[in-house]
Design a protein around this ligand. Structure first.
Ligand code: NAP
Length: 377
């Protein structure tokens, strides 16, 4: 029996609840879908708060080594303090492994609640650039020497007058960063036989960052005709939308949207907004890809107020695991997991987040939902 080694970061807050509800589903699905030819060996590793408590380091070397060795990981949510405290380990992981594409499928299936009249129209893949933009976390706190230095530089050298008590952030978006992201995402969209690609940006206001993102993404799309004529479906359409309009469009005309290419921050906002169209963050999976490593994780965070209460929805995490199996060539395993989830939800077995969107549906705990999915594999 072949062993698939998968580093697992269970994560903070509700991470343990979700992991406990999901683990057996992954193990059973691999065994069943491969006819006993493969099994999983989990490699538990830590990051973030837990790592800080145990090792005094947010991202221990063993965690980095395990992920590098296996070229992948499954990851639960990690808490990041707001305001002060340490910077996001989620962002750090994306940066050190250079995971420049975040992919988040937003797919409604029968049984999921939705605020839309025709939720069946929602089948969108969000590709979010993952390493640049304000997410680089280059910023200086108001009132510090560093902030004053930047403010003085802007005044003296660039003629820009800012309030002296300003905090400052930097928004870098590069041609090379945008184009490698656009190429990866367009290649994936073509592989998945998608038909429309929409570049999302706020280029009317941020002309040299988001406006340039739009221009460079179009440039990349333009090279396909020259480079791979014949291989690319000639019906694929590339268009663009300004970000604020895009938020309205995904709600009012979701059927017109197929693949969205977003800069980092817009992609972050849009992912949660689109998740609301298909039931919420509890059912929204995701994956981060680089040239050497891929990390699979739900769109949601650690939802600390629910930690340890065994009530949150593990679906987003389980579906992220299904994406991992697709990635390593076990599409049958991914599909078996997705079918199991769909059947469970269609039978009205749902956690609190979905139950509250229906009338008269009693929620099941996180662990029970996992056990019901397991039965339906
Ligand atoms: P959050 O943890 O995603 O939670 C926001 C809300 O989403 C929850 O209050 C809950 O809604 C709903 N939700 C989240 N997970 C759910 C699940 N599994 N099932 C059902 N509903 C779920 O966002 P946050 O409260 O803004 O952030 C909390 C912490 O997570 C922060 O430290 C943040 O930095 C971190 N974070 C981590 C990641 C990551 O690890 N990649 C991503 C985002 C945020 P209701 O309250 O309506 O029930």
């Amino acid at each position: 029996m072949e062993t698939i080694r998968i580093p697992i970061i269970a994560g903070d807050g509700t991470g343990e609840d979700i992991w406990n509800a999901s683990r057996e589903i992954f193990e059973e699905a691999v065994i069943k879908s491969t006819g006993n030819a493969k099994k999983i060996e989990w490699i538990p590793v830590i990051a973030g708060l837990k790592a800080l408590e145990r090792n005094d380091h947010l991202l221990p070397g063993e965690t980095v080594d395990a992920i590098t060795d296996c070229a992948l990981a499954l990851k639960g949510p990690l808490t990041t303090p707001v305001g002060g405290g340490f910077r996001s380990v989620n962002v750090y992981l994306r940066q050190i492994f250079d995971l420049y594409v975040c992919m988040r499928p937003i797919h409604w299936f029968k049984g999921l609640p939705s605020p839309l009249k025709r939720p069946e129209a929602v089948d969108i893949i969000i590709f979010r650039e993952n390493t640049e933009d304000l997410y680089r976390g280059i910023e200086w706190q108001a009132g510090t020497d560093d902030a004053r230095t930047v403010i003085n530089f802007l005044k003296d050298k660039m003629g820009v007058d800012l309030k002296p008590d300003s905090g400052i952030g930097v928004k870098p978006i590069s041609r090379s960063g945008t184009q490698r992201f656009a190429r990866w995402s367009i290649d994936a969209a073509i592989r998945m036989k998608r038909r429309v690609i929409t570049i999302v940006h706020k280029g009317n206001i941020m002309k040299y960052t988001e406006g340039a993102f739009r221009e460079w993404a179009y440039e990349t799309a333009g090279t396909y005709k020259e480079l791979s004529a014949g291989d690319v479906p000639d019906t694929i359409e590339v268009n663009d939308r300004i970000a604020d309009n895009m938020f309205m469009q995904v709600i009012s005309r979701p059927e017109d949207y197929d693949v969205l290419l977003c800069p980092n921050l817009n992609g972050d906002y849009l992912s949660d907004a689109c998740a609301a169209l298909i039931g919420g963050l509890g059912v929204a999976p995701g994956a981060n890809f680089g040239d050497n490593v891929a990390i699979f994780e739900p769109t949601h965070g650690s939802a600390p107020k629910y930690a340890g209460k065994d009530i949150v929805n593990p679906t987003s995490f389980i579906l992220s695991g299904a994406m991992l199996f697709d990635h390593i060539g076990l599409a049958g395993t991914g599909e078996m997991i997705r079918r199991g989830i769909e059947r469970t939800i269609q039978e009205g077995i749902v956690t609190y987040d979905l139950a509250r969107q229906f009338e008269g549906v009693k929620p099941v705990p996180c662990s029970e939902f996992g056990a019901e999915v397991l039965k339906r594999l």
